[in-house]
Structures are given as structure tokens and as C-alpha cells.
Write a protein that binds this ligand. Structure first.
Ligand code: SAM
Length: 345
């Protein structure tokens, strides 16, 4: 059970993190050239107080789960602080290039590099207008800072909402017998938290990006219980009914609808009956109609070609059509955490 000291360390650590990335957000905004007003209707926005209150409630919810003994507090510093500082410096150095792309609407640079010709066309884009798309070491190095700055320090806590359904699923069973696959693992943030909370689990992170996987290997390590493999969510290199748990954080809004459907079919195929898929992604417009302006503007400021389709879709129907029944849903700040159960075959 966590102690009072753990509580203080958690509050101080998370407050410092949010402050750090709020400062990134403010400093970054000052560097950006103003964008022309969008020529489409834009919905309402939450005010800053509402956003901060909602974010605070999310940390409170996480602490309640920690206090209930579902999983341990997150590490206060999960990686070398000097490495984080270096990545922040890289992020600010890269920001003008991202802004240039945003203004010029340039979004297909990775498509012109013949080295990437083996990858699917939809994948070879500058998502978020980021330099290198998903396909360079530099992009992998700044990715975590980009995401945390966008979410003002709340990206990790949203990812960690996957820990609750995992803890409840594992219950008293022997973790060492269970296999978890994280698809679209990126730099491996979610597998890192899963390994910290459930050290016995066998965890594999899968991604199409070799540089992101290399980054994950360097920062998270590799072991008998932690593996990183190159592969596509829509063609999982695993046998039928061989995995107990699948997670995916912030992957689904990056996939074209057809690929999204194929990925769900693959998740259903490789999950054991009774196994769980836990998907964290952007909240839907219908979850936060009073925040619609954020959903309208996000794909305008960040190259997000499939985002609008995702936030207006019906994930429960999509997963159910492939044999995955919705069990729980949590709206966690700007995200939606969905747990699905593989129906018996
Ligand atoms: C927005 S990032 C999310 C990364 C990470 N899960 C996180 O929580 O930050 C999307 C990731 O999905 C990967 N990706 C995109 N399409 C994919 C596909 N079809 N199969 C496997 N990975 C894919 C990208 O390379 C990228 O690392």
C-alpha cells in the first residue's frame, strides 16, 4: 500500500511535470507564426480553468487506483533527466521547421524517400507536420516532448489509464503466464509503465517504425520479458488466440478507416477468448460536444488526415463487429480508454 510519502512524491512529481510542459507549450507558442483563420465552422472551446480542472481530476482518479492497491505509483523520474533536457532542446530547435510545414501544408516528405517505399502509402506522411514523419531517429527523439507539450504534461497519465483494466483482468492470476502486446508502441512509453506496474508480464511492443523501436530499445531496454518487433497492426505476426492482452495508445486516430478495421480484425484473431483489448485514443466528439472546437482545430494545426473520421466514428460497433465486446469506457481528459473482451470463438 502506498505511504503518505508516496502521495507527496506523486503530487509533487506530477505537478512539476505539468508545470514543465506548460512552460514548453507557452514558450513554443511564442515561436509560432500565426495561422490564417480557418475557413470552416469551429465549435465551442473549454476555457483554461475547465481544462486544468479536468486534468486534475484525472490525476486524482489515478491516485485513487494507486491507493486502492491496483498498481504502484509511477516512477518519479522514469528516464535520465539529462536525456529529457537534450530532447527538449531538440524539440525547440525543430519547431520552426514544423511551423514552416504547417504554413506550407507540406505533409508527404517521407513519401519521396525511396528508402521508405516498402511501407504503406498512408504511413509515409509528416503526421503532425513533424520532421521525418515516423521515420527518423530525430523524430523519435523529440516525439515524447511533442506529445507531452501538446497535452501539457497529461499524455503519460492518459496512457496509464490502461493499467486499471489490466490490473483487474490479471486479478490473482500469475502474471508470468500472461502475454501482452502493445501495437503502435512508438517510443514505448506505455510498455514502460506496464512493466513497472506488472513486472512479471511478458510484454512486446510492435511498431512499423524502426527508428522509434530503436529508441524504445535504448530507453526501455530489452529482456526475456520485454521485446520490440517491427510489424504492422493490420498484419500481426502472431498465431491465432495466442495473446492475453493487447493495448494501443494513440494509434487508432492515425489509421485510415480501412486499415483501422483490418487492425481490429487482427486484434480479435490473435487474442485468446476472454482476452482483453485496451484502446486509448482521442475522446470522440460525442464524448465532449462542448469541446468540439478542439476536435475541429486539431487536424487543421497538426497534419492529422484520419482524426476527424476517428472522432466521429463508433468504436464499440467496430470492435463488436469483429467479436470484441465493450466492457468499460472511461473518458480521461482528452482521451477515451476502452476495454473490449474477446468473445469465445
Ligand atoms: C501517435 S503514435 C503513438 C505511439 C505510442 N503508442 C504513444 O502512446 O505515444 C502512433 C504510432 O503508431 C505507429 N503506427 C502507425 N501506423 C501503424 C501501423 N499500421 N502498424 C504499426 N504501427 C503503426 C507509428 O509508427 C507511431 O509510432
Amino acid at each position: 500500500m502506498p505511504t503518505m510519502l508516496d502521495r507527496v512524491a506523486y503530487a509533487a512529481g506530477q505537478t512539476a511535470r505539468v508545470g514543465w510542459f506548460l512552460a514548453h507549450y507557452a514558450a513554443g507558442r511564442r515561436q509560432l507564426k500565426p495561422m490564417p483563420r480557418p475557413d470552416f465552422p469551429v465549435g465551442p472551446f473549454p476555457d483554461r480553468q475547465t481544462l486544468l480542472r479536468d486534468m486534475r481530476q484525472l490525476f486524482t482518479r489515478e491516485w485513487d487506483d494507486i491507493a486502492a492497491g491496483l498498481f504502484p505509483p509511477p516512477p518519479v523520474l522514469d528516464q535520465d533527466p539529462i536525456a529529457w533536457l537534450r530532447r527538449s532542446a531538440l524539440y525547440f530547435r525543430d519547431l520552426p521547421k514544423v511551423d514552416e510545414r504547417r504554413h506550407a501544408r507540406t505533409n508527404d516528405e517521407p513519401n519521396h524517400d525511396p528508402a521508405h517505399a516498402h511501407l504503406p502509402r498512408y504511413y509515409r506522411q509528416n503526421f503532425h507536420y513533424q520532421s521525418g514523419g515516423w521515420l527518423t531517429e530525430e523524430s523519435a527523439a523529440v516525439y515524447d516532448v511533442q506529445v507531452e507539450t501538446l497535452f501539457t504534461g497529461a499524455a503519460d497519465v492518459m496512457r496509464r489509464r490502461a493499467l486499471k483494466p489490466i490490473a483487474l483482468f490479471l486479478g490473482n492470476q500469475d502474471q508470468r503466464q500472461a502475454r501482452l502486446l502493445d501495437i503502435g508502441t512508438g517510443t514505448g512509453r506505455l510498455p514502460g509503465f506496464i512493466r513497472h506496474a506488472f513486472p512479471g508480464l511478458h510484454v512486446t511492443g510492435l511498431d512499423l517504425s524502426r527508428p522509434y523501436l530503436d529508441h524504445a530499445r535504448r530507453t526501455m531496454g530489452t529482456s526475456r520479458r520485454l521485446k520490440w518487433i517491427e510489424g504492422a497492426a493490420e498484419a500481426l505476426p502472431f498465431a491465432d488466440a495466442s495473446i492475453d492482452l493487447i493495448t494501443a495508445s494513440f494509434l487508432f486516430h492515425e489509421l485510415p478507416p480501412k486499415v483501422r478495421r483490418a487492425a481490429v480484425a487482427e486484434m480479435a484473431r490473435v487474442l485468446k477468448p476472454g482476452g482483453r483489448a485496451i484502446v486509448i485514443d482521442s475522446a470522440l466528439e460525442s464524448d465532449r460536444p462542448e469541446w468540439k472546437g478542439l476536435f475541429d482545430l486539431f487536424p487543421y494545426y497538426f497534419h492529422e488526415p484520419y482524426f476527424t473520421d476517428w472522432v466521429t466514428s463508433d468504436p464499440d460497433a467496430l470492435f463488436s463487429a469483429h467479436g470484441l465486446t465493450a466492457r468499460t469506457t472511461e473518458i480521461a481528459f482528452l482521451s477515451r480508454v476502452m476495454e473490449f473482451e474477446r468473445r469465445p470463438l
